[in-house]
Design a protein around this ligand. Sequence first.
Ligand code: DSN
Length: 422
Amino acid sequence: MTALSQNDPEAFDILQDERNRQHNTLELIASENHASAAVLEATGSVLTDKYAEGYPAHRYYRGCRPSDRTEQLAIDRAKALFGAEHANVQPHSGTSANIAVYLAALKGGDTIMGMDLSHGGHLSHGLGLNYSGIFYNAVFYTLNEQTEMLDMDAVRDLALKERPKMIIAGASAYPRKIDFEAFGRIAEEVGAYLLSDIAHIAGLVAGGVHPSPVPHSTFVTTTTHKTLRGPRSAIILCRNEWAKKIDSAVFPGLQGGPFMHQILAKAVALCEAARPEFADYAAQVVANAAALADTLMEKGWRLITGGTDNHLMLVDLRSRDENLNGHDASGALAAAGLVANKNVIPFDPRPPMQTSGLRFGTPAVTTRGMKQPEMKQIGQWIDEILTNHDDESIIERIGSKVLEMCEAFPVPNQNQAIGNRQ
Ligand code: DSN
């Protein structure tokens, strides 16, 4: 019996449903992971109860000693892990972190220049329907049509033409390393600030398998729950000269009371990410992505850019089946317990709710302890399902094999999961 199961069986049932879902499926969504039991303990803790508007030693309410200790610990760990001069650990999400940076550095109507969302960018980098595109004049660089990679000459040409006040480097669906140093040079040349949004790759940066953008950027933002494997939240890093403006933009500019339980969980995750075993984890995430990508390519599926050098890959479904779209493909995979997302690919003729692509990532399955042999097996299952996406008996047969793999590699933070996949 738990407090939740006693007090609210309906809510408990939902939680158990999610535990079982995570245990009994393989999470291949590139932005998801499994946080440690320690991170979950901090997240679900009594710090939930505390209001602590302000910053350590400068609070509006009394009773903030543990909150001050919490926030200072998270700040110190963030600065040390990423080699940054200043860290703000209060943003609730990646989008909030980016908006706080805009608020600190820009005026309404200023030009920002980010990667086109349909080429792998993020909605908070200037999408017309998002705050970033509503209040700022957003222009976008795209990928090279032949290589499907970032073309730094084209980025520079656009920056020289548009003279943005801020350039945004970073992506949510780009399978290659981003040359932050080149972005930094371009920003300096045109007199722009550089915001590097490393939400997807923060764990790879922390683990030393991806170059750090910190030395080249005015601001760095990241979520903490993707490759970094922490709680669902975010941080901002910047140089000391921006500390005051960033802090004021987060609070009181954008947010009220900080979520102290989340900040404690961020501190825990930052501590975990500084351990040597996290570097091994980050290297394995990349090695696993390469193994999965190779298997899919051997089966004839074309990957955007011809491969990956980070934690994710994008499959062009048209390469094997002109009629298969991402919506149907992800549905067939999910029926066998392989959870991935449909994703637009560069120059995609299909709309975002349909797409011609699938995005796969390896952070979560690597957390379960899987290595290259499992990636090869998963790649073969993906191929078989996509090839036979209307064949329920094949999907069912593979589904039971997936379940066996799930049993062999339990989610480390959970031992309460039971029962069958829904
Ligand atoms: N929704 C995230 C992703 O899946 O990449 C980005 O915010």
